[in-house]
Write a protein that binds this ligand. Structure first.
Ligand SMILES: Cc1cc2nc3c(=O)[nH]c(=O)nc-3n(C[C@H](O)[C@H](O)[C@H](O)COP(=O)(O)O)c2cc1C
Length: 331
C-alpha cells in the first residue's frame, strides 16, 4: 500500500509473524529510471523481509522494462506489475488500472519485461476499468499467456475506487480458467473472513491491506488457525510494544518530522477498539515532538493497563489524523 507499506511497516509486520510475502509500495518507473530519490528509497528492503516483491507502475514499455531490470538487480525476489491504481495521474499516463482498458499495451509491456528478467513476474489487477467493462478474467488469461506466474485480483473496478465491496466471485472465476496461482484482495479484516474467502473461491492466497493497519497480527492469527492452534491474542503490553517498535524503526529510517507524521497516521490504527483509543489518537495527532509522542503512549497504556479510564488531554475533542484509504494520496 502506497504511503503505508514502507520498510518500517513491512519489517514490523514480518516480525509480528505469519506474513508469506511482503510487497513494496507501488513505485513509479518514471521516477525510478530517472533516479528520483523517493522512488529509489521505495525500492529498499531488508533481508528479513524475504520473499519480497517490488511493485512497479507505469505505462511506457521501455521504462517498465528498465525498472523491472533494476528490481532484479537490487535483489527483489519477485517483480509485480500494478494494474489497479485508480489515481488519475497514474491512469492518465496509461499505468495502473489504465492497463485494464488497453490490453494491447499491457501485452507488450508484459512480454518485454518477461524477456528481460529471470525472477518471477506477477500482476495485481482490478475487476475492470468501468463498472460496465468488467474484464478481470480476460486480463488474467492474457497475463498468463505472457508468462505471468501469479495473479492477484482486487475485485473492485477502477470506477468504483474503494466504494462498495470487492467481488470475490471474480477470484473464483479466474481460478477456474488459469493454471498459475491466484490470490484475492479486498475487505479481509478477520480470521473468519480469510477462511471464508479461501473456501468460497479456492484461491491460493489472500492479500490483506487495510486490515493489517488495524491488526498487525492478523497474518499470524490466520497462520495459527490454519495450523490448528488458538489464534494469538495480543496483550496490552504487545500493543504498547508494537507502537514503540514502529516509532523506533521510523526514526531509524527517516528524519524526525516525517517519522512523527507517519506515526500520527498509523499509530492510532493499532489502538482501534481499545478503551479511550479515539482520545489517544487525538493526543498523538496533536503532539509535535518525539518526546511528546512517547509520553502520550506511556500515559495511555499506563492508564488502561491499571484499569483506569483514559481521558486524554483535559477537554480534548476527538480529532484524528485522516485514515489513509487509497493509493491516490500517495501517487
Ligand atoms: C492507502 C492505500 C494504498 C494502496 N496502495 C496500493 C499500491 O501501491 N499497490 C497496490 O497494488 N494496491 C494498493 N492498494 C490497494 C490494496 O492493495 C488492496 O487491494 C485494497 O485496499 C483492498 O484490500 P483491503 O480491503 O485488504 O485493503 C492500496 C490501498 C490503500 C488503502
Amino acid at each position: 500500500m502506497a504511503g503505508v507499506t514502507d520498510v518500517s511497516f513491512r519489517r514490523l509486520l514480518k516480525r509480528c509473524g505469519g506474513v508469506g510475502l511482503t510487497v513494496s509500495e507501488f513505485i513509479s518507473v518514471e521516477g525510478l529510471t530517472r533516479s528520483n530519490p523517493k522512488s529509489k528509497r521505495q525500492m529498499r528492503f531488508y533481508e528479513e523481509e524475504r520473499p519480497f516483491a517490488a511493485q512497479i507502475f507505469g505505462g511506457q514499455t521501455e521504462r517498465m522494462r528498465m525498472a523491472a531490470e533494476m528490481a532484479e538487480e537490487v535483489g527483489a525476489d519477485i517483480l509485480d506489475i500494478n494494474c489497479g491504481c485508480p489515481a488519475p495521474k497514474v491512469v492518465k499516463h496509461g499505468g495502473g488500472s489504465g492497463l485494464l482498458k488497453d490490453h494491447e499495451r499491457l501485452e507488450t509491456i508484459l512480454k518485454e519485461i518477461k524477456k528481460s528478467i529471470t525472477i518471477p513476474l506477477t500482476i495485481k489487477i482490478r475487476a475492470g476499468f468501468y463498472d460496465h467493462t468488467i474484464n478481470a478474467v480476460e486480463t488474467a488469461r492474457l497475463a498468463e499467456a505472457c508468462g505471468v506466474e501469479h495473479i492477484a485480483l482486487h475485485g473492485r473496478t477502477k470506477e468504483q475506487g474503494y466504494r462498495g465491496l470487492a467481488n470475490w466471485d471474480l477470484v473464483k472465476q479466474i481460478k477456474e480458467v488459469v493454471k498459475v496461482p491466484v490470490s484475492g484482495s479486498g475487505d479481509v479484516t478477520t480470521i473468519e473472513g480469510a477462511f471464508a474467502r479461501f473456501r468460497e473461491t479456492g484461491c491460493d492466497g489472500i492479500l490483506i491491506g487495510r486490515g493489517a493497519m488495524a491488526n498487525p497480527w492478523i497474518f499470524r492469527q490466520i497462520e495459527d488457525v490454519s495450523q490448528g492452534r488458538e489464534p494469538f491474542q495480543p496483550s496490552l503490553a504487545d500493543k504498547r510494544g508494537i507502537l514503540l517498535e514502529y516509532f523506533d524503526m521510523l526514526r531509524e529510517d527517516m528524519p524526525e518530522t516525517p517519522a512523527i507524521n507517519r506515526m500520527k497516521q498509523l499509530a492510532g490504527q493499532f489502538t482501534r477498539g481499545l478503551q479511550g483509543g479515539a482520545l489517544f489518537r487525538t493526543s498523538v495527532y496533536h503532539s509535535h515532538s518525539v518526546e511528546e509522542i512517547l509520553s502520550r503512549i506511556e500515559e495511555y497504556f499506563s492508564a488502561i493497563e491499571s484499569g483506569q479510564p483514559y481521558y486524554g488531554e483535559a477537554g480534548a475533542q476527538v480529532d484524528e489524523a485522516p485514515v489513509l484509504d487509497s493509493c491516490e494520496a500517495a501517487a
